[in-house]
Design a protein around this ligand. Structure first.
Ligand code: 2P0
Length: 327
């Protein structure tokens, strides 16, 4: 599929010694949940996210004379048989000018590790942008998004900043499934990350999506929910309507988790602490604090609030990690 975009350039070696790039992490307000093609990471529906400003991944790629790729994460070498290294090398196979062409990849996350946020989105996006620099492809952002998607679906949304929509597309080859920036910023919109568990996920989002799509009777309602929520979120962004944004994002996340509950075997990412946190948020909201949440394929809770409520949020959740996407 990379050759579809790169054509003959895929066989051409770089003439410069390295390429470096940064890509932001992102959090979906309308979720990507379910694939129509697992190999190409083509989604059943469109999704919409917010990029996390300077929080993300910086990656440098260099050609090396060696018999395998050399990969370092946050300054430490990663063993070639580690899952992370294997996933990266398999992805790099798409771009090797020759089978014996190997890369050194140095990748550094500025996402606080304590925040427990996924870095595969910013990781694959930064890698594609770094390869684009190394090989001097000068690809349009649409093509960069398609290439990032081949690494991880949500990475398609991390090649740009601000609010981003990943268009589901309909083509079998995925050439119409890429992300686009939605115009507009929202300077006083803030996020808070509550890391509730150190434990590894029991089920990957990839497996959870598959199981839900194949077995959950509720899954057929998901595309209808997304279509509805997508329109509301765009309306909220256009009007800077925080309440509309918050309640739509929260409802979308809960609906995503609900489809998993109706799957077999059941998919449940929540811990007792997740439920207690949701109930605490609902109580605070009933008491007058404009606070909403979203959750991804894990037990942690991400808060959505406005800058003028920051001190109230910090008082209620002293452990919160605050993210300012538009600063
Ligand atoms: C999202 N998630 O929209 C949704 C919400 C998790 C829940 O994108 O299999 O790591 O690599 O395409 O992108 C996480 O899934 O999955 C994700 P793959 P990815 O952010």
């Amino acid at each position: 599929m990379a050759t579809r975009i790169l054509g003959e350039r895929v066989g051409i070696k770089p003439t410069i010694s390295e390429g470096t790039a940064f890509a932001p992490a992102n959090i979906a307000l309308c979720k990507y949940w379910g694939k129509r093609d697992e190999e190409l990471n083509l989604p059943v529906t469109s999704s919409l996210s917010i990029s996390l400003g300077h929080l993300g991944t910086t990656t440098t790629v260099q050609p090396i004379s060696a018999s395998a790729d050399e990969i370092a994460l946050n300054g430490k070498p990663v063993a070639p048989n580690a899952t992370f290294a294997k996933a990266l090398s398999a992805y790099l196979d798409l771009f090797r000018p020759a089978p014996d062409f190997f890369f050194r990849v140095e990748t550094t996350n500025s996402i606080p590790t304590a925040a427990g946020m996924a870095s595969s989105a910013s990781g694959f996006a930064a890698l594609v942008l770094a390869l684009n620099n190394l090989f001097e492809w000068e690809l349009p952002v649409k093509h960069l998004s398609i290439l990032a998607r081949l690494g991880s679906g949500s990475a398609s949304r991390s090649v740009m900043t601000g609010f981003v929509e990943w268009l589901a597309g309909a083509e079998e080859d995925g050439m119409d499934s890429y992300a686009e920036q939605i115009s507009g910023t929202w300077p006083d919109l803030q996020l808070g990350v509550l890391k509730l568990s150190e434990k590894e996920k029991e089920i990957s989002s990839r497996k959870a999506m598959r199981c839900t799509r194949m077995t959950s009777a509720l899954y057929e309602s998901w595309p209808i929910k997304v279509e509805h929520d997508m329109a509301l979120i765009k309306e909220a962004i256009g009007a800077q309507d925080f309440e509309l944004l918050g309640r739509t994002a929260e409802s979308n996340a809960l609906a995503m988790h609900a489809t998993g509950l109706a799957a077999w075997p059941p998919v449940l990412f929540w811990l007792p602490e997740s439920v207690a946190t949701m109930q605490k948020i609902w109580k605070l909201r009933t008491d007058g604090l404009p606070l909403y949440f979203t959750m991804d394929a894990g037990p942690n809770v991400k808060l959505l609030f406005r800058a003028d409520n920051l001190s109230a949020i910090q008082a209620a959740f002293p452990e919160v990690e605050v993210v300012k996407p538009f600063e």
